[in-house]
Design a binder for this molecule. Structure first.
Ligand code: UT7
Length: 360
């Protein structure tokens, strides 16, 4: 986490590792074409500048970030055969909490039926998942937690101004969750670099609703409860920040692009992702990309990628997670993947059938 690598790179007895992943996106799909009926934009502009074709939006009165997170957590528990009562830490990374307080993590636990454990939110915008995973890593590695869940979830549609074409085309809603446990086989989270620069707050923020500018008729009239972004400034810092930190984590672990099986980047803009991959010397086939389907789901982008690519991840694969976002915050994590995913039953049956046919 710090610049002194002697501590972070010391050989550990055991590592915290991701041992399961799950995700959820709400069913409603908002296409570029539909956005073109709402603001002065078009499919060609959005695709060429960002790589986004569509995004999922949570519709329904009273539905919130926690409801998407709950779907992801329930699926995670089911997939990993884990009893909710065996979870002893839940961290939710989000900038769109259900309420200012209590923490969305508390609400998720209640809705899933987990009580009496440590649960809290982390607000580090698009880098939130990396901050939350690094925090969970510390709890698991020092023995304070045995099984932690880290959720990245955001209902960006609740803070996006659908009259502002410069931001409304970018964001979507979604949630991803991972299970974190200790491993002793050398796999797991090997290294993490987290950075921030609060001067970046002027370029990406939600101006009102906090203690500086509590909600008022004036703040609502001025549309200050929506995302404000100076896109070009954020773009410049994002390209440099994400590429630099990804290169740095390779260098301090004596790795090159050839060693890396996958880059799992925050999905804000395909051009930022391409720049990061180039800097790492990675071909596009090694980059997880789902921005075209989901847009920027803030804290959910990275776990949603892991969820979608889980079948292709193999034990011992070396992967790099990288993100840049509001704060500014940015960071990278180096992970050696800890498990092979069994094929879904349908595929297994199909393969068995094929083997039988071949045997005959
Ligand atoms: O995840 C959090 C971190 N966020 C990011 O990483 C986002 C970083 N920024 C970006 O990805 C890019 O800056 C954007 C995708 C937001 C914008 O792309 P850009 O290439 O930087 O465009 P621009 O802001 O320089 O705007 C170029 C033109 C402008 O028109 P003029 O002034 O040249 O006439 C904009 O008004 O494109 C116009 N424009 C649009 N046109 C059609 C802006 N938004 C739109 C739109 N449709 N949706």
């Amino acid at each position: 986490m710090n610049n002194d690598t002697s501590h972070t790179l010391a050989r550990k007895q055991h590592h915290a590792a991701i041992t399961g992943v799950a995700g959820y996106v709400p069913p409603y799909i908002l296409t570029n074409e539909e956005l073109g009926t709402m603001v002065d934009t078009n499919d060609e502009w959005i695709k060429s500048r960002t790589g986004i074709s569509e995004r999922h939006i949570q519709k329904g009165v009273g539905l919130a970030t926690s409801d998407m997170a709950v779907e992801a957590v329930k699926l995670l528990l089911k997939k990993t055969n884990t009893n909710a009562h065996d979870i002893d830490l839940l961290i939710c990374a989000t900038v769109t909490p259900d309420m200012t307080f209590p923490a969305t993590a508390n609400i998720i636990c209640d809705k899933v039926g987990i009580r009496g454990i440590a649960s809290f939110d982390i607000a580090a915008a698009c880098s939130g998942f990396l901050y939350a995973l690094t925090t969970a890593m510390q709890f698991v590695e020092n023995g304070a937690a045995r099984r932690a869940i880290v959720v990245g979830a955001d209902k960006m549609s609740s803070i996006v101004n659908y009259e502002d074409r410069t931001t409304c085309v970018l964001f979507g809603d979604g949630a991803g969750a991972v299970l974190v446990e200790a491993t002793t086989d050398g796999t797991g989270i090997i290294d993490s670099i987290l950075r921030s620069d609060g001067a970046g707050r002027h370029s990406l923020n939600m101006p009102a609703g906090g203690s500086q500018k509590p909600p008022s008729h004036a703040t609502i009239a001025a549309k200050e409860h929506f995302v404000y972004q100076d896109g070009q400034t954020v773009y410049k810092f994002a390209v440099r920040g994400m590429a630099d930190v990804a290169a740095e984590i390779l260098e301090r672990n004596q790795l090159t692009g050839n060693d890396i099986a996958w880059l799992v980047p925050h999905q804000a803009n395909k051009r930022i992702i391409d720049a990061t991959a180039n800097r790492m010397g990675l071909p596009s086939e090694k980059v997880m990309l789902n921005i075209q389907k989901y847009g920027n789901t803030t804290a959910a982008t990275i776990p949603l990628c892991l969820w979608e690519w889980e079948q292709q991840l193999k034990k011992h694969d070396k992967i790099v997670l990288a993100a840049f976002g509001g704060g500014f915050t940015w960071g990278a994590m180096y992970i050696q993947w800890s498990y092979n995913t069994p094929m879904p039953q349908t595929e297994k049956i199909a393969n068995n059938a094929l083997e039988l046919v071949e045997a005959v």
